[in-house]
Design a protein around this ligand. Structure first.
Ligand SMILES: [Cu+2]
Length: 274
């Protein structure tokens, strides 16, 4: 280790480049943050009441889309309001005509505001359901695992606006977080992976962060992802080093030493002949 330290610095760029290539290879495609939630009009719905739509209630977040599939053999509707009065929020083509959903077809609606949305079937007014939309501000929890040398590090992200798709360790340097969306995110990072967090960069810009918690094993930070940013670099006093790279560098160091020694011998031998 001690012998390799000098070489480590000169080969540092190589290690970082390797890490960058590796991170590019594992980049995960970003997904839309809003969810599509499946629901159905159950078989035999015509004779059912609050069990005609399933699940009931449907619990979602602001921005989510509910897709109802008609699994029954009859026509039905998914019409907002309290039976038998449509309120016009969804499921109506115009003031008087509901959207008919034939067997095997779907009806979908995107809920952008929190609240409770009762709905029913205009053809079978006993059929009724409820969609409960909670504030997107109730942050979603995401768990992402970063791996290095067979060790995995579990990172938790909490945000109502930002989706974290991958966390990549650049050994000895930083932790790179791939994000989509703009807004505040709270990250809990294992200290075994990064400790003494001291700087966050997005692109070439430093962004402000707050330490909001610390335990023996984890630290939690909070920052705002600016618009147009897809990668955030977190720097710390300690970032886990890559064992494989260190081993390769030590091997390279000893090879260089051996070759150097052999050349020296060869040269001196050559001189000896003249
Ligand atoms: Cu119906």
């Amino acid at each position: 280790m001690v012998a390799a330290t000098g070489l480590m610095n000169s080969k540092y760029a190589v290690a970082i480049a390797l890490a960058a290539i590796f991170s590019a290879a594992v980049a995960v495609p970003t997904q839309a943050f809003a969810a599509e939630v499946q629901a159905e009009i159950v078989p035999g719905a015509s004779t059912k009441t609050n069990d005609a739509y399933s699940p009931n209630p449907i619990e979602i977040k602001e921005g989510d889309t509910v897709i109802w599939t008609n699994r029954d053999g009859a026509l039905h509707t998914v019409t907002s309001g309290t039976s038998p009065e449509p309120d016009g929020i969804f499921g109506m083509r115009d003031a008087t005509n509901p959207v008919l959903v034939p067997p095997s077809r779907t009806f979908s609606f995107t809920f952008t505001e929190e609240g409770e949305y009762p709905y029913f079937c205009t053809l079978h007014p006993a059929m009724n359901g409820l969609v409960k939309v909670s504030e997107a501000g109730g942050p979603a929890m995401q768990e992402i695992t970063a791996t290095l040398d067979g060790n995995s590090y579990k990172v938790t992200a909490k945000s109502s606006a930002v989706q974290v798709s991958s966390v990549t360790i650049e050994p000895n340097t930083s932790v790179e977080v791939t994000v989509s969306g703009t807004g505040e995110v709270e990250l809990t990072l294992p200290k075994a992976m990064i400790d003494g967090i001291n700087k966050i960069e997005a692109g070439d810009q430093e962004i402000a962060f707050q330490s909001v918690g610390s335990t023996d094993s984890d630290s939690t930070i909070k920052f705002t992802v600016p618009s147009g940013v897809s990668e955030v670099e977190i720097y710390g006093a300690m970032v886990v080093p890559e064992f494989g790279v260190i081993a390769a560098l030590i091997l390279a160091a000893s090879l260089v030493a051996v070759i150097g020694f052999a050349r020296f011998k060869g040269t001196s031998l050559g001189f000896g002949r003249f």
